[in-house]
Design a protein around this ligand. Structure first.
Ligand code: FNR
Length: 337
């Protein structure tokens, strides 16, 4: 049930950290995904309850920044952790660490990056249905929470359907289909007809989520149009259109990017987000909203958090956050960075 009839904010490396996920939830996303976490890296983490932020942090000993931070209240029942893996047992070890804190586990079977493919992860799995089966069955048979996977299309419909037939035998709750092949880029057309056929192929207890529509989704109502064209399928996952302006999840319409950016910076203060992540996310937002790149360049030029908050006329909020318990915690962390 966690996946069905939902609008989801999908996994994005360097974007989908806690502040961005909370922003997407605040604007109306039903479910949010973590960025892809590599299984063996996650298994190195210890689980720490962070009372100051009301979060559960997964931290590699010796590293001060958590690899994953989950909000105990605001993300309850709404966070899916995505894993990069090439092996069922390793994925299970990683999933068990977070099992009690998340709503589901997703396996990335679409990443075309060299790092993933060389490790037999991401889209490398699309060529190995036996591996896909081993990973998904190991998770489904041993976890108490729903399991899903995110695939890309194979070059032919027949090959794609054949893979889907394998996946549906494993007991997964949901399949997200990015309607492009491994060799296609995000500006290539999304293969909506492939997704439509996959919906027909899947039994009714499996949720099919369409992904890859961001280039044609620029308003809330476009989400439903995309869903209908892709089946209709049972859910839509947005990535880039959420990255460009996360208020896309608002039924009442998009907010100006400056308002969205300011809210992102407020949440970032709440969780002590670091300058590189704030700049990265804001640059992705302004890369599209600001066609002249004027503000983009000004964000790029900031060298301190104080400068960044000043750019958005939020100096007071920033200085306020530097007082008291939060500040002591910051200093402790940074002295070890
Ligand atoms: C991605 N994508 C991605 N996919 C995935 O399964 N795990 C990940 O960690 C990432 N990371 C990531 C980072 C960034 C910055 C982008 C833009 C994309 C792919 C993403 O989830 C999605 O499949 C594609 O962007 C297509 O969907 P949209 O953007 O058309 O909604």
């Amino acid at each position: 049930m966690v996946y069905s009839d939902r609008i989801l904010c999908g996994p994005m490396v360097r974007i989908s950290s806690l502040p961005f996920r909370l922003l997407a939830l605040e604007y109306g996303a039903d479910i949010v995904f973590s960025e892809e976490l590599i299984d063996y890296r996650l298994t190195q983490c210890i689980r720490v309850e962070n009372d100051l932020f009301n979060t559960i942090d997964f931290v590699v000993p010796g590293e001060d920044r958590p690899m994953l931070q989950i909000h105990k209240g605001r993300e309850k029942g709404r966070l899916i952790v995505q894993l990069g893996t090439s092996d069922g047992q390793r994925a299970l070890n990683a999933a068990r660490l977070v099992e009690n804190d998340v709503a589901g586990i997703d396996i990335n079977m679409g990443c075309p990056k060299k790092f993933s493919i060389q490790g037999g992860m991401g889209s490398a799995l699309l060529d190995h249905p036996d591996k896909v089966k081993q990973i998904l069955e190991t998770l489904v048979n041993n976890l108490s929470i729903p399991v899903s996977c995110k695939i890309r299309c194979l070059p032919t419909l027949e090959a794609t359907i054949s893979l889907v037939r394998t996946i549906v035998t494993t007991g997964v709750h949901a399949i997200t289909v990015h309607g492009r092949t491994r060799d296609e880029r995000n500006n290539d057309q999304c293969r909506e007809a492939f997704i439509q056929r996959i919906v027909q192929e899947c039994p009714s207890n499996i949720t099919v989520i369409a992904n890859g529509g961001s280039t044609v989704i620029s308003s809330y109502s476009d989400i439903e149009k995309f869903r209908l064209r892709c089946g209709p399928c049972h859910g839509v996952m947005l990535c880039q259109s959420a990255m460009w302006n996360p208020s896309i999840f608002r039924p009442n319409g998009l907010l100006p990017i400056r308002d969205v950016a300011k809210r992102f910076l407020e949440i970032s203060l709440e969780f002590d987000n670091l300058l590189p992540n704030m700049k990265y996310v804001l640059q992705r937002m302004y890369g599209v909203a600001d066609s002249q790149n004027v503000f983009y360049d000004r964000i790029l030029a900031t060298e301190t958090e104080a400068q960044l908050y000043d750019l958005f006329h939020m100096k007071d909020e920033y200085e306020q956050s530097m007082i008291g318990e939060r500040q002591l915690w910051r200093e402790k962390l940074r002295s070890r960075l």
